[in-house]
Design a protein around this ligand. Structure first.
Ligand SMILES: *Cc1c(COP(=O)(O)O)cnc(C)c1O
Length: 472
């Protein structure tokens, strides 16, 4: 299988090359030339597979330039009960008839990003070794992404990680998670500034072509194809967990920001998984809610991007959205190029003429949840079902309940565990003890390792020069 860009100006490439990539050279996003479809007898066989065997069956169709035995080894080392807490990897639990929670957050950093990032870490290491190459990952984080990346790449050969975070702006738990790591290849840098300042520094270093080549700079942000691929698997797993036959359909409700998670659901549906609806749940930063209801997509300016109590969904634009629009516009890459060049400079676009397809052909629906909704839902779920859910998951449950149709089975993605967002949980239900997995007990008491720097790209460049041998 070859990979092409949504903008149509990049030579077809193999999976291994796409894996180490951020944006395509033409500024688009890489995706397979076509999504493979799964015949119903194959789907029936898949129903009985373990998580690792299912992952292998699915990924094998996309990662065609990695030998079967090697891919199996990568997957077997990634999805273990030791790392994800159970052999189920993504256990499903029932709230009530027709309403389920898909537990995606039982990995090392207690957020769904681990499912993809743990795979990416092992796949990166494998591909780098094969190519005899090294990579320097630089990233900016305000929480979940950075910690998931660090826990996936810690101790990996040929990989150095420099993760920038806004000094003093993350939660105590998030700081403890990242800064307590002691691996030699993990470098935490706290910038005296905001998250946007961190992002600007990453961009500045990436745009310095000489520096970028010298240290082989790369990223692991949410547009990475390997992450999307790994996420496709759990849509299949969840479907099999709540159905008895492939005649049944289910819907998914997904707390969304950059459209990475639900994009994987969309691909699973394209592959033939009997998904009825894909429900996009947003918080107050509701660009996707507007698009999937009215067909108008308008990126937010920085001053209109709100800081909310579901912070991992606080986005100004949805960076993976272009992958869906490409398909929606029947692979018209010239049009995609035009629309998303506009987005880059803050312009929106209107596709209301194809809303019929968005909703029916592709099954998308959307709703929005606010701080008050979040608190209400956390409390309600706690009182009704005795379950604590995190604020992001609560957004998904709120929207699922609001949109659920007669007889529709909805699976809500649990994208983080409540202990990561204790403040909001306590605001919702009052002072309670929030359970935390064993491996995070005492986390806040560990010694922390972080270098605090002024908001200057050059100071970060200096750190990289000090710690990484140049390629030339
Ligand atoms: C990243 C994240 C999201 C949003 O996922 P996208 O793939 O960006 O849509 C939702 N919830 C949590 C907890 C996250 O960390």
């Amino acid at each position: 299988m070859k990979y092409i860009s949504t903008r149509g100006q990049t030579e077809p490439m193999d999976f291994s090359d796409v894996l180490l990539m951020g944006l395509a050279p033409d500024g688009g996003l890489m995706l397979p030339e076509h999504y493979p479809t799964v015949a119903s007898d194959v789907l029936e066989e898949w129903r009985h597979l373990s998580y690792t065997d299912l992952a292998l069956a699915i990924m094998q169709r996309f990662a065609t330039d990695i030998p079967y035995a090697d891919l199996k080894d990568i997957i077997d080392r990634t999805y273990t009960a030791d790392i994800f807490g159970s052999d189920d990897i993504v256990p499903v639990r029932k709230l009530e008839d027709n309403l389920y929670i898909l537990g995606l957050s039982n990995g090392p950093t207690l957020a769904f990003k681990d499912v993809a990032m743990q795979f990416l870490g092992n796949a990166f290491e494998y591909v780098l070794k094969r190519q005899d190459a090294r990579i320097t990952i630089i990233g900016a984080t305000s929480g979940d992404t950075g910690s998931a990346a660090e826990y996936a790449l810690r101790g990996k050969e040929n990989v150095e990680v420099f993760m920038l975070s806004p000094h003093g702006k993350m939660s105590e738990f998030q700081r403890a998670q990242m800064y307590s790591l002691t691996d030699d290849n993990i470098h935490n840098i706290a910038i005296k500034g905001m998250f946007d300042d961190c992002q600007d520094i990453v961009k500045a270093l990436q745009q310095d072509a000489e520096f970028k080549a010298k240290y082989n700079l790369g990223t692991v942000n949410s547009i990475n194809w390997g992450r999307i691929l790994a996420q496709i698997v759990y849509y299949f797993k969840a479907y099999f967990a709540v159905t008895d036959s492939n005649e049944e359909t289910v819907s998914f409700s997904v707390p969304s920001g950059n459209f990475g998670n639900i994009c994987a659901g969309h691909i699973a549906r394209e592959m033939g998984l009997p998904i009825e609806r894909l429900i996009v749940a947003t918080n107050e930063n509701d660009v996707l809610n507007d698009f999937f209801n009215q067909g108008a997509y308008q990126p937010r300016t920085t001053d209109k991007t709100y800081v909310t109590s579901s912070p991992s969904m606080d986005i100004s634009k949805a960076s993976n959205f272009e992958r869906f629009v490409y398909l929606l516009l029947e692979k018209d890459s010239a049009r995609v190029h035009e629309l998303f060049e506009g987005v880059k400079s803050g312009q929106g676009f209107d596709l209301s003429e194809v809303m019929e397809q968005v909703n029916n052909r592709y099954g998308f629906a959307a709703g929005k949840s606010t701080h008050a909704d979040r608190l209400h839902t956390i409390k309600e779920v706690y009182e009704q079902y005795g379950e604590l859910v995190d604020p992001h998951t609560a957004d998904g449950i709120k929207v699922a309940k609001e949109l659920q149709q007669e007889g529709e089975v909805i699976i809500c993605a649990e994208t983080a565990l409540p202990v990561k967002f204790a403040e909001t949980i306590i605001e919702a239900v009052g002072p309670i003890e929030i359970a935390r997995p064993k491996h995070t007990e005492g986390l806040e008491d560990l010694e922390q390792h972080v270098t605090v720097l002024d908001n200057k790209a050059e100071l970060v460049a200096e750190q990289i020069r000090q710690h990484v041998a140049s390629n030339v």
